[in-house]
Design a protein. Sequence first.
Length: 271
Amino acid sequence: MSTDSKTRVVTTYRLAEMKARGEKISMLTAYDYSMARIVESAGVDVILVGDSAANVMAGHETTLPITLDQMIYHARSVTRAVKRALVVVDMPFGTYQGNSKEALSSAIRIMKETEADAIKLEGGEEVLESVGRILSAGIPVMGHLGLTPQSIHKYGTYTVRAKEEAEAQKLLRDAHLLEEAGCFGIVLEKIPAALGARVAGELRIPLIGIGAGNSVDGQVLVIHDMLGITTEFSPRFLRRYADLHTQMMAGIQNYVADIKSGAFPNEQEQY
């Protein structure tokens, strides 16, 4: 990564520039101040305060239970740590579907109370009215198509989406509609790589993949999965860059053992 990429503040305009010159975009989740400081220092372009906090921070099976107040809390913690990366906040389930006035109110609360840079929401044509109303207030919007975890009860499975032609055509149409509405980017989750490449090739805005192949404009993962803190989640698209579960377990077990044996604290660790 160039020094310029590490130091310049990332904006929605810069992401468009990155796509235009073929520079891949790195995106990673964070939910708290300490983790966000590390992610920011490592040079990640976009930090997503994802509703996946419902899973990895709160222990819920789906993303549906997390509230707007909880998302604002996590996002506020993250933005305190970030000076360069673009911070995008997920709008939680129930804050934008079917009611564009509530969607705008929720988005304004996120932007005012967290000082984040943008919001993200799931869906295509079904949420266009909410997208338009939020954009009319000058709030940048990122879309999310393919596997949409907030709709898990509708589909009943986390399997690959848009494998059939009809669903692939709808996804492609939805992507164009989101771009035409004014979205600055779209996350594509768990779709065939060939479809990801086609969408990225047809749209001018950046496409960020999570299980959407290598021909999109960037990639995103959940940090707890990528660092190996979680162990029970192992989809094909996940590459673990560390095994923190094992390292943390060993460290904590050694700590407990040293306390039990009286080895901690030693003379040098006392006043």
